[in-house]
Design a protein around this ligand. Structure first.
Ligand SMILES: [Zn+2]
Ligand SMILES: [Zn+2]
Length: 454
C-alpha cells in the first residue's frame, strides 16, 4: 500500500512537509518552518507520524518553508537519512546557521527546545547528496518486501539546487514538483521534467489564483522596472528593493546590473548585505555544474557596497542608490523592515517590491499602499504617512498557472494532489484540470488527512 499524509503546509505556504509510506518505507518530502509563526506552531506536526516508520527525508530546496524544520526532525527521528542536491546542502548550511541567530531572538518559550550552531554542523554532516537525474535507491530499515523506492531529482528551475522529485515503487510513479518554475529567470534556467508518464502528481499551486496576464515574462518586467527606477534615480531619489536573501537577491542583483550594462538603467551604487552576499558566492561556485542561462556570469563580481558598512541609513539619501535588502516581506526586525521605515518618510525615494507577499506581513501592507496613505507596518509601529513612491513588480520564481496545467498535461497522472497555495489558488487549479480531463482525481492536501493510493 502507498499512502500520503501532509504533516505541515498542505493548503497553505507554511511548514511544507509530506509523509509518504511505500509498503512500510517511510519517506518525508521536505521539512519546512512557517515563516510567520513562532514556537511549536511554526513546525510540522511530528506527532502525526510518531508511531510510523520514518526512514528518509528528501529536501526539494533550501527555502525556509521547505527546510527550516530539519533540525527538529532530527531531534524527533535521530536515525532519519536526509538526502538532497549538493547545492541545497551547501545552501542549508548557510541558511540554517543564519536561522539560529535570528530565531534565538524570537523564541523564548520554555516548552520550545531550540537548536544550536553545533547541532546545525552535525546535521549538515548527516546530509547525503545526489546530482540531478541520477537515480538512487531508498530502502527501509524495517521493511524489505516491496518497499524499495527508486528516486531521482530533476532541476525545478526555482532557485540554485532546487529539485522536483520522482519516486517509483513497484512500477507506481509519484512526482513531487516542489517549488517549480517553467520559465527562465536571469540566472536560473527553466525546470526539467521527466520523460515519463506518472500515476500521482503532487503539484505546487502558488500562482493558481494569479491571472497569468498579470505575470509578465522576466525581460518585460525588467524593462518596466528600469523605466520606473530611472524616474526616481534621475530625480535624485534612492530605491529600496526588499528581497529574499536566497534566490531573489541574486536574480534581481544580476537583472539590475545587466540593465545598467545595457544603459537601460542609470548606473548608481548598489547596496547588498547579510546572508544574501554569502549566497551570491554559492551561486557562483556552482555555476558550471547546474543549468544556468549564462554559466560565465558571476554574481559576486558585480560592484556592490555592503549596507552593514554604513553607520546610518540616512547615507542612502545623500546620493541616488539602489538597496537590495532582505527579508523579502519586510518582516519585523530584518534589514529591509528597518530601512523601509526610513524610505517611507522620503518624498523623492521609492520602495519597489519584486515578489510574493503574504497577507499580514509589513511587506503586504506597504506594497498595498500609495503616497499619501497612512500605514502601520506592524501592531508595534506607529502610524506613518507614506511619503515615498511605492511600486510593485512581479519577478516570479514560480510557474504561472497555465504552465502548471502544462505539467499535468505532459505527465498525464490519474491523480493530482494540490499543495503550496491558498484556497483560491487550489480551486482554480482543481477546476481547470477537470475542465481539460474529467477522469483525473483531484484532492487538496490537508494536514492530518491521509490519502491512500491503493
Ligand atoms: Zn521556494
Ligand atoms: Zn515554497
Amino acid at each position: 500500500m502507498i499512502s500520503f499524509l501532509p504533516i505541515g503546509g498542505g493548503n497553505e505556504i507554511g511548514a511544507n512537509s509530506y509523509y509518504l509510506n511505500f509498503n512500510g518505507n517511510g519517506i518525508i518530502l521536505d521539512c519546512g518552518i512557517h515563516p510567520q509563526k513562532t514556537g511549536l506552531e511554526s513546525l510540522p506536526n511530528f506527532e502525526l507520524i510518531k508511531n510510523k516508520t520514518v526512514d528518509s527525508c528528501l529536501v526539494s530546496h533550501a527555502h525556509q518553508d521547505h527546510i527550516g524544520s530539519l533540525p527538529f526532525l532530527v531531534k524527533n527521528f535521530p536515525y532519519v537519512k536526509i538526502i538532497t542536491t549538493p547545492q541545497t546542502r551547501a545552501l542549508a548550511e548557510l541558511t540554517l546557521h543564519n536561522s539560529v541567530s535570528i530565531l534565538k531572538k524570537e523564541i523564548e518559550s520554555n516548552e520550545f527546545e531550540y537548536y544550536s550552531h553545533d547541532e546545525v554542523d552535525l546535521l549538515i554532516r548527516m546530509i547525503e547528496y545526489k546530482e540531478y537525474q541520477n537515480e538512487f535507491e531508498l530502502n527501509s530499515y524495517h521493511q524489505q518486501k516491496e518497499a524499495k523506492v527508486n528516486c531521482t531529482f530533476y532541476d525545478a528551475g526555482h532557485i540554485l539546487g532546487s529539485s522536483s522529485i520522482l519516486l517509483e515503487n513497484n512500477g507506481y510513479k509519484i512526482f513531487y514538483t516542489g517549488d517549480i518554475n517553467l520559465t527562465p529567470q536571469t540566472l536560473q534556467s527553466k525546470a526539467v521534467l521527466p520523460e515519463t508518464e506518472i500515476n500521482t502528481l503532487i503539484l505546487e499551486t502558488t500562482y493558481g489564483a494569479t491571472d497569468s496576464e498579470s505575470l509578465l515574462d522576466w525581460n518585460s518586467e525588467s524593462m518596466r522596472l528600469a523605466v520606473e527606477a530611472n524616474k526616481i534615480l534621475n530625480n535624485g531619489g534612492s530605491i529600496l528593493i526588499p528581497v529574499f536573501s536566497l534566490g531573489k537577491m541574486q536574480e534581481i542583483l544580476a537583472t539590475i546590473w545587466l540593465l545598467m550594462q545595457k544603459r537601460k538603467l542609470t548606473t548608481v551604487d548598489i547596496y547588498t548585505g547579510g546572508l544574501g552576499t554569502k549566497i551570491n558566492l554559492a551561486y557562483d561556485y556552482n555555476r558550471f555544474v547546474v543549468n544556468r542561462v549564462d554559466k560565465e556570469f558571476e554574481v559576486h563580481s558585480i560592484p556592490q557596497k555592503n549596507y552593514y558598512d554604513i553607520s546610518n541609513p540616512e547615507e542612502f539619501f545623500k546620493y541616488p542608490c539602489i538597496v537590495l535588502a532582505s527579508s523579502g516581506m519586510m518582516i519585523k526586525g530584518t534589514a529591509s523592515y528597518n530601512f523601509a521605515k526610513r524610505f517611507l518618510k522620503q518624498k523623492d525615494s521609492a520602495i519597489f517590491t519584486v515578489g510574493y507577499m503574504d497577507t499580514k506581513t509589513p511587506g503586504y501592507i506597504i506594497s498595498n499602499s500609495k503616497s499619501g496613505d497612512k500605514v502601520q507596518p506592524t501592531d508595534f509601529d506607529e502610524v506613518t504617512e507614506v511619503n515615498c513612491v511605492v511600486k510593485n513588480f512581479k519577478f516570479s520564481a514560480h510557474s504561472r498557472r497555465e504552465d502548471l496545467l502544462s505539467i499535468v498535461n505532459r505527465l498525464n497522472p490519474d491523480f493530482v494532489i494540490l499543495t503550496h497555495g491558498d484556497e483560491k489558488a487550489m480551486d482554480w487549479m482543481g477546476s481547470s484540470i477537470l475542465k481539460k480531463n474529467r477522469k483525473i482525481k483531484i484532492q487538496t492536501a490537508e494536514v492530518g488527512k491521509e490519502i491512500k493510493f491503493f
